[in-house]
Design a protein around this ligand. Structure first.
Ligand SMILES: [Zn+2]
Length: 281
């Protein structure tokens, strides 16, 4: 539907606050795994707050304790949280793993310009950061974490931006089958020349060009009209995501679409690229 993520769809389209959106998405995902959660919400044994607490805990168990929950373990965990208040649930979760109850990657807006970010790091990362500090001490003695991150971001951007336009390739599953075809028919036709890639990147400004008609009906969100016409239409929703950007053939290569005509190429984020290919199959 033209949004880079389900979260943004909930916030911008459905107008939920960020935390309300997150609670609903967590609840929906648990409901997909464990359908009886729906009845429990309706009866009041579980609520959205409890479910998002559980979902966050399960995610943290995996991240910090490398523990993956199967469906039965999720069901068992939710059983322990039924009919409990937020703080009762917290106590219950701390009993299982105190470490997994620490929220990861908390961001809080302090002023227009300043954001407080909190996260837990491993000792290993801490040691690496200390080594980086030592290496950049000629430029900045005793940098704060903010200064250290700024320095690291600048080094990374310099390196990654350069290789970025060369790495824009279609998703792996597409690449594989089409690469085999390309090999049979003509070895060069799927290949997008670097200069063409560069032009597509520049024209699309590194952003996902997926456009969806805002008056989407279930099942047919993308208009088959020219994308550029849609972009001007005020009812259109354009993704503009800058994450995991790949070059997409508007008319697929396997249907005779060109790899050298920039009018047949555009940037798409990984989600919209995958979505488009799924729809085609
Ligand atoms: Zn996108």
């Amino acid at each position: 539907m033209g949004y880079p993520s389900l979260f943004e769809f909930c916030v911008k389209e459905l107008q939920y606050s960020e935390s309300a959106a997150q609670r609903r998405i967590s609840a929906m995902r648990l409901m997909k795994d464990i359908p009886e959660v729906k009845t429990k919400i309706e009866k009041g044994n579980l609520n959205l707050t409890t479910l998002s607490q559980a979902a966050m805990f399960i995610g943290q168990e995996k991240r910090v304790n490398q523990k993956s929950y199967n469906i039965n373990q999720k069901r068992e965990l939710l059983g322990k949280l039924e009919n409990k208040s937020k703080s009762e649930c917290e106590k219950e979760l701390i009993k299982i793993s105190p470490l997994a109850t620490i929220p990861q990657d908390r961001e809080r807006l302090i002023t227009e310009e300043k954001i407080e970010v909190r996260f837990v790091i491993t000792k290993e990362l801490k040691e690496k950061l200390e080594r980086v500090k030592a290496l950049i001490s000629h430029k900045k003695a005793n940098p704060s974490y903010e200064e250290l991150l700024l320095e690291l971001a600048e080094i990374a951007l310099k390196k990654l931006d350069k290789s970025r336009c060369q790495n824009a390739l279609p998703p792996a599953e597409v690449k594989k089958s089409d690469a085999q075809k390309a090999h049979k028919e003509s070895p060069n036709s799927r290949y997008i020349p670097t200069e063409i890639k560069r032009q597509v990147w520049k024209r699309d400004q590194g952003k996902c060009q997926y456009v969806s008609d805002k008056n989407f009906n279930a099942g047919k969100p993308e208009s088959s009209k020219d994308q550029k016409d849609n972009a001007i239409d005020s009812s259109a929703q354009k993704c503009n995501s800058t994450h995991f950007i790949q070059i997409d053939h508007i008319k697929p290569y396997s249907y005779g679409g060109s790899s050298t005509d920039i009018n047949n190429l555009r940037l798409l984020c990984a989600n919209h690229n995958r979505y488009r290919w799924k729809k085609q199959i």
